[in-house]
Design a binder for this molecule. Structure first.
Ligand code: ATR
Length: 287
């Protein structure tokens, strides 16, 4: 079966700059075909100055919604009518749903991260976790882990002030969780042995084209018995995951989160259960 776009087709898309390399159009269109529903997903390049007119345009063109990607995840927020708790607390929106002329904003990264972790067979309740990085992705991960009642989360970043700000910001919302921050250095990482159950990389270190880079300096021993989760999906086997594998540690790659954040968005727009295997395969073919 193929897409047969007509005047009745329901439209969604992704706004960002650039969007040329986004895997989302491929992932969602494959899902729509598999579900047999008359929907289409288009890339919508929107430059910095055009965020507000682009959103008005979506409504005027009767789009059902859109994903939002870099660099507009924060900028769109002021134009939305309602925000989910995840969007409010993480301070970023990656999915918009337009219903009855109103704009609803969601952040599906946190649920995507958790569902991928669950799919890999893990539940982080009671865990001690080190989160590398303190940007938007780190914020979604810390929020997700705190919601799942991780026992302790340490945000480790190259720029300590940014980690401190993130921790400060979320500490009030999650008073029962031990939240801390540290500077990303070889010395800090070498002290994690026996202190963490999982290490999550949310930094872009190791992402294409820097495939030989790792946030974990070579020679620094990895904590024994920790799971290594890398949000980077291009490439899937990052340098960090190769280091973890070489140390005999379990790993989770970034594909699951990519698929699950998309699945949650698709379900929000269409009400259909997302065909996860089809979406995963579409991403793999797009790499
Ligand atoms: P995102 O929204 O995807 O999280 P971001 O907000 O730009 O992106 O954040 C990128 C994160 O990766 C930051 O924590 C950044 O560290 P700084 O705050 O010190 O800039 C981190 N990062 C990027 N490249 C890195 C590298 N080579 N080594 C370590 N950390 C890196």
């Amino acid at each position: 079966m193929e897409q047969n776009i007509s005047g009745k087709t329901s439209l969604v898309g992704v706004i960002g700059w650039p969007v040329g390399h986004s895997l989302s159009p491929r992932m969602h269109n494959s899902a729509f075909v598999a579900l047999g529903i008359d929907w289409a997903y288009v890339p919508l390049p929107v430059c910095h100055d055009d965020v507000e007119p682009a959103l008005r345009g979506l409504a005027a063109l009767n789009f059902i919604g859109a994903n939002v990607t870099v660099p507009h995840k924060q900028a769109v927020m002021r134009y939305l009518d309602e925000l989910s708790d995840a969007a409010k607390i993480t301070g970023a929106v990656n999915t918009i749903h337009i219903r009855d002329g109103k704009f609803y904003g969601y952040n599906t990264d946190a649920i995507g991260f958790l569902n991928a972790l669950r799919e890999a067979g893990y539940r982080p309740k009671g865990w001690r976790v080190a989160v590398l990085g303190a940007g938007g992705a780190a914020r979604a991960v810390v929020y997700a882990l705190a919601r799942e009642e991780a026992a302790a989360i340490t945000v480790i970043n190259r720029t300590a002030e940014r980690a401190a700000f993130l921790v400060d910001d979320l500490a009030d919302t999650f008073p029962d969780i031990t939240l801390g921050f540290e500077l990303l250095t070889a010395e800090t990482l070498s002290t994690l042995d026996g202190r963490v159950d999982m290490v999550v990389n949310t930094t872009s270190a190791g992402m294409y084209p820097q495939v030989n880079v790792s946030p974990w300096p070579a020679g620094v021993p990895l904590p024994k018995q920790a799971i290594f989760y890398d949000l980077v999906y291009n490439p899937l086997r990052t340098m960090l995951l190769q280091q973890a594998e070489a140390a005999g540690l379990p790993t989770v790659d970034g594909l699951g989160m990519l698929v699950h954040q998309g699945a949650f968005a698709l379900q929000t727009w269409t009400g259909c259960e997302a065909p996860l295997a089809v979406m995963r395969q579409a991403c793999l073919e797009g790499f």
